[in-house]
Design a protein around this ligand. Structure first.
Ligand SMILES: Nc1ncnc2c1ncn2[C@@H]1O[C@H](COP(=O)(O)OP(=O)(O)OP(=O)(O)O)[C@@H](O)[C@H]1O
Ligand SMILES: [Mg+2]
Length: 702
């Protein structure tokens, strides 16, 4: 089956650097300085006022040095994050780490970066300095090769930190020997002017005025960009004239220059005035989004009787034209983003208007409806689309959840949002984050309700995905008790399914078989295949395979795969393919088993299913032993050992995996002798999950 390319950002060795969307000007010395400091210290923090070019310079630098880091350059943006507790999760998800184990987040993060040769960029730390400093320290301690480059309006206050201030761009006159034409500020203004008015050229006639304008704007890149937008309607002289009037007003009519951050505020304020009232209102309202957003989201969240929905498209276009909004297109479509400093300005404005809480509520409602849509669609043919989509919305989901958990009247909605997104926590590699939020939301909503029952079985599912069978059982039992109390029969059945899953993890096959059987038999609503029916069938087949009932296991799985195919369900089908390899391997048909395990791996590559890939690789190693390819099996064992470390408990601590794993290790050792075994095992340990999958699939380039 051919699937669209859908590997999410991260996960790949080269890193996840965003593209540079506009031309870059100057900064040769600063870039060289950064290089030198990063050679001398493992932590460099780039500081400077808002809009001065910290993020942009660091991004340029990152693109320049990308090739020098074998394990890539990674970019995590903390700009709109409010909760210091989420720094680790945000960085982990930027790195594409499956956040799956039940251990502390930073422990997994530390292990993932452990011996990688990589540069981690943490953009915008000033509002979370303490949390960032602690995490950076932990990461640097655990990996001697790691380098961290942070941007922040203030330093992280770590003793070994090198602080590199970003000054504004050179303004004309700073260096008397320099030609006005090659000055950095002038060049930036001219580059942006050319984008606004295509036939704009710098010449002897306008250079003096442009130079004066750049001086007035103190060489602050954001201010220069905002002023250039004005060329659509005004000449350079007119812009200079208006700015001069405005600044002298602000500086109390004296001719002394304004402090730089005031210059920027004034430049932003001036852009703000350029907007019509509706654009200004939209600008303020858009500040509730975290990171980027779609037009639809802007329309749903920001419109009301004051700002009709059918005007939003034009208003967004207006804000793009004024350089307030950036367009960040990618393969999933067009998205928009407010430049940081401008988002803050919008937020202040929104506060002044007294609309912040209402907008946050609408933002939460929008993501709630999106979550419901995604849950309904999850088991269908658009599963991969929803997988990518919800990953893209992750920052917004986080912000919506934080708001809901902070605001007493909204906490019930946190439960609903979290539960609808069960597939995101379980199937997309964010188990730990989901667990943390679910536990918080359950504590905040102690009264029995259907919403709570759902959150409880989701919590059980999430804990199972972490290999925490005891915790999973506890949540499922609680769900069962409360569901009986509130008369929620659907939750009773799902609780039974989750108890069955936990029993399977604990190796109690009889109990698992009984509970999963109940979940399958009483699954009355056949429309809903996940997360009850189909996973229960796959798990029951595992029990049957373990009990030697190979024929029954196989026929259950064939039916399951048939349903998956009819519905376009892929995620569970990847497990069903894997599970099918078990009776086939046990029945002495390793060739067929290999095909099943490989099909499973091929599908799993499209999701961020680290856990599933590890489980499938465990079986693949055993299959290769049966096929007499012991070298390959041994290298896979090495890769597995290394990669389980970051995913959580090795083999999930589940007997159905550990017993077979041990057997496989012994067989390989016996066949190869200790020395050869060790050599191949160590070679395998150097493989990341992607490389190990490639090898298991026989796609390795020789
Ligand atoms: N050297 C440069 N060449 C071209 N454009 C630049 C340069 N430096 C900054 N810019 C542009 O100026 C604007 C502001 O820069 P940037 O976002 O990097 O500022 P910042 O210091 O990170 O601000 P904040 O504190 O708000 O995060 C951006 O649109 C950026 O692309
Ligand atoms: Mg920035």
């Amino acid at each position: 089956m051919r699937l669209p390319m859908a590997t999410p950002s991260g996960w790949r060795r080269e890193g996840n650097l965003p593209a540079e969307l506009t031309s870059f000007v100057g900064r040769t010395r600063l870039l060289a300085n950064l290089k030198r400091h990063l050679g001398e210290s493992r932590l460099v923090t780039v500081t400077g006022i808002g809009g001065v070019g910290k993020s942009r310079t660091v991004l340029r630098f990152a693109h320049q040095v990308r090739a020098q880091y074998a394990d890539g350059v990674w970019f995590a943006d903390l700009a709109r994050l409010q909760d210091a507790g989420m720094v680790k999760h945000t960085i982990a998800s930027a790195l594409g780490i499956a956040d799956q184990s039940s251990r502390a987040a930073s422990e997994t993060l530390s292990e993932w970066v452990a011996d990688r040769q990589m540069l981690l960029i943490i953009d915008t730390c000033e509002h979370l300095v303490q949390g960032c400093a602690e995490l950076v320290e932990e990461l640097l301690n655990s990996n001697p090769n790691l380098k961290v480059l942070a941007t922040s309006r203030q330093s992280l206050h770590l003793p070994y930190e090198h602080v590199v201030p970003v000054p504004p761009l050179q303004v004309p006159g700073d260096d008397p020997a320099e030609s006005l034409f090659t000055n950095e500020s002038v060049q930036l203004f001219a580059a942006r002017a050319g984008a606004v008015v295509p036939d704009f050229v710098l010449d002897e006639h306008n250079i003096g005025t442009v130079a004066e304008l750049c001086r007035r704007l103190d060489g602050i890149p954001l201010a220069l960009e905002l002023a250039a937008v004005r060329l659509r309607a005004l000449s350079v002289e007119q812009i200079l004239g208006l700015l001069t009037d405005r600044f002298s007003l602000l500086a109390g009519a004296s001719r002394t220059a304004l402090p730089r951050h005031q210059t920027l505020r004034a430049a932003i304020g001036w852009s703000h005035e350029l907007c019509d009232p509706a654009e200004r209102l939209l600008w303020a309202r858009l500040s509730v989004f975290a990171g980027d957003f779609e037009l639809d989201a802007a329309r749903a969240v920001c419109s009301d009787e004051q700002l009709p929905a059918d005007r939003i498209t034009d208003l967004v276009t207006g804000l793009v034209e004024k350089s307030v909004l950036l367009i960040t297109s990618n393969h999933a479509g067009v998205r928009y983003k407010l430049i940081d400093t401008l988002a803050e300005y919008g937020e202040e404005w929104l506060d002044k208007l007294g609309q912040r809480e209402r907008m946050r509520h609408k933002h939460l409602e929008y993501y709630l409806s999106l979550a419901r849509r995604s849950e309904d669609a999850w088991s269908g043919p658009r599963q991969i689309y929803w997988f990518i989509r919800m990953r893209q919305e992750h920052d917004n989901v986080r912000v919506a959840l934080e708001h809901a958990l902070r605001t007493p009247s909204e906490t019930p909605l946190a439960l609903t949002l979290l539960s609808s997104l069960w597939f995101m926590w379980v199937c997309c590699g964010f188990a730990r984050e989901g667990r943390l939020y679910l536990e918080r939301a359950l504590a905040a909503n102690p009264g029995a309700s259907k919403e709570r029952c759902k959150a409880l079985w989701v919590l059980s599912y999430v804990r199972s995905a972490q290999g925490d069978s005891v915790g999973a059982l506890e949540a499922a039992e609680q769900c069962s008790t409360e569901a009986v109390r509130v008369g929620d029969s659907k939750a009773v059945i799902l609780a039974s399914k989750m108890q069955g899953t936990a029993a399977l993890l604990q190796g109690d096959l009889q109990k698992a078989s009984a509970l999963l059987g109940v979940a399958i038999e009483f699954n009355t609503d056949n429309k809903e295949l996940n997360p009850g029916l189909l996973p229960a069938i796959v798990e029951l087949s595992m029990v049957l395979s373990s009990q030697g009932e190979l024929y029954e296991a196989e026929s259950l799985l064939k039916d399951c795969l048939q349903v998956c195919m009819e519905r376009g369900e892929l995620f569970v089908s990847s497990y069903a393919h894997w599970a099918l390899s078990l009776p086939r391997l046990a029945g002495g048909r390793p060739g067929e088993a290999l095909k099943n395990a490989q099909e499973s791996l091929r599908i799993k590559r499209h999701f961020h299913d680290t856990l599933g890939i590890l489980i499938a690789l465990e079986t693949t190693a055993r299959i290769y032993v049966a096929l007499d390819e012991v070298d390959l099996a041994t290298r896979l064992l090495g890769a597995l050992q290394q990669n389980w470390r970051t995913a959580g408990l090795p083999q999930l601590g589940a007997p159905f995996l550990t017993v077979e794993h041990e057997k496989c290790v012994k067989e390989c050792e016996r066949a190869l002798g200790v020395e050869r075994y060790q050599r191949l095992f160590e070679a395998g340990m150097r493989l990341d999950l992607e490389e190990a999958s490639t090898m298991a699939l026989g796609e390795e380039e020789l």
